[in-house]
Design a protein around this ligand. Structure first.
Ligand SMILES: [Zn+2]
Ligand SMILES: [Zn+2]
Length: 415
């Protein structure tokens, strides 16, 4: 029989890696707490219509990449391809807007997209997702960007490149959209087949095309900042003023329109240019109409999602191993083994990382194990030591050994 393996595009996170993830998550949670964010857990499974409504049904995600199935012939359900829709659904469902005017939420967890398998891309991937709901002020946009850049510094990523743009509101974007359609229609035949199709459904997404000839064409396309209305212009200028106030450098990237339909006004992306890839580690922006579109009140929102795997791949050289045990107990003979079992688990209950071996092998073999575990100390217990209520404590660093009383062992261990 063939061994059963993981599904293609799905990946195990082994202990060493999981440990590193945990370290990064701890920093992330700390930064979020400083900025007043609270964690929310939302289900990974939602009704399909949440995403067709939320993300937009002409996006690649909804058209091609969702894991959608009928639940025993009933509802159409989807494994979430992103978290924003789910978080907003929860926000509306629990009337969280009635508790406070501004709600700051974050969530960390797996997302699912049936993308073409390629190196470093998985069908189950993880995102750190952040949403600020109820704040229309440009300060909220700037604050979120500041937090994000601070976060990357805290986990050890420097030399980031921050791109910002404004996508305007639905009114002024409509004007821009028409300008783009006019522009692209003239160059229709030079566009790739995907973009020719987008021209009809979702022309602004042509800006996301990776095709070289499309990219060249887009260089001469109209710029959205020439068409945004007074309100949108004023909002965006204030965001920029706030960033300038902190001396935060950024590139104004008028070609960044983002892949999802729901974005409005401020949009931003962070890339790590010197890492050889232009893929964004994080993308985000404002989505002022989305809560209303999902059936909630007309409340503005802004957020971002960090690709966790991508972030971790940039931090690979900073990986630390999980901490070794503080103490390894090597016990010889059944009586000593029984005493060691009790001692080992008692010390664990007191918060000390202790390991021992139940196989009852020779002292030499147990010392080998202790060495391999990387423990700071090894306690050697034989029948004679048990009778005396003592043990031989060996400092694995200095190889010094001394006799210590078992009932006071903790005071002899320096963690
Ligand atoms: Zn506008
Ligand atoms: Zn194209």
């Amino acid at each position: 029989m063939n061994n059963i393996t993981a599904v293609k595009g799905f990946k195990d996170i082994l202990p060493e890696e999981a440990h590193h993830w945990h370290q990064v998550e701890r920093i992330v949670r700390g930064v979020f707490a400083d900025f007043g964010f609270q964690e929310i857990h939302v289900p990974i499974l939602e009704k399909t219509e949440l995403f067709t409504k939320g993300i937009g049904d002409t996006t690649d995600i909804v058209e091609k990449e969702m894991y959608t199935f009928r639940d025993r012939g009933e509802d159409s359900l989807t494994l979430r391809p992103e978290a924003t829709s789910s978080i907003l659904r929860a926000y509306i469902e629990h009337s969280m807007f009635s508790r406070s005017s501004v709600t700051k939420l974050f969530s960390i967890g797996p997302m699912f997209r049936r993308e073409r398998p390629q190196k470093g891309r998985y069908r189950q991937f993880h995102q750190i997702d952040v949403e600020v709901l109820g704040a229309e002020e440009p300060q909220a946009d700037a604050e979120l960007i500041l937090m994000l850049v601070h976060l990357f510094k805290m986990v050890g990523l420097e030399n980031l490149s921050l791109d910002i743009n404004s996508l305007g509101c639905p009114e002024c974007r409509l004007i821009f959209r028409q300008k783009v359609i006019d522009f692209l229609q003239d160059t229709h035949d030079s566009l790739c087949p995907d973009c020719q199709r987008l021209l009809v459904n979702n022309p602004l997404r042509v800006f996301d095309c990776k095709n070289d000839s499309c990219r060249r064409l887009i260089q001469d396309a109209p710029s959205i900042l020439d068409f945004i209305c007074e309100g949108c212009r004023c909002h965006f200028n204030q965001v920029r003023t706030c960033l300038d106030m902190f001396g935060m450098p950024y590139n104004l990237n008028t070609r960044m329109v983002r892949g999802l339909d729901y974005y409005t006004r401020t949009t931003f992306e962070i890339t790590v240019p010197h890492m050889g890839s232009q893929n964004a580690v994080v993308g985000g922006g404002r989505y002022d109409g989305l809560i209303r579109d999902l059936g909630g009140p007309d409340i503005p929102g802004i957020g971002f999602a960090i690709g966790f795997e991508r972030l971790m791949s940039l931090l690979q050289d900073r990986q630390e191993s999980p901490p070794p045990p503080v103490l390894f107990i090597a016990a010889l003979g059944s009586e000593a083994q029984a005493a060691a079992f009790k001692l080992c688990n008692r010390l664990r209950l007191e918060g000390i990382r202790v390991e021992m071996d139940y196989a009852g092998k020779s002292l030499k073999s147990q010392m080998k194990k202790a060495d391999k575990s990387g423990s700071l100390y090894t306690l050697i217990l034989g029948e004679r030591e048990i009778q005396a209520g003592e043990g031989e404590l060996r400092d694995m660093g200095s190889s010094k050994q001394r006799t210590v009383p078992l009932d006071n062992l903790k005071s002899h261990i320096v963690q």
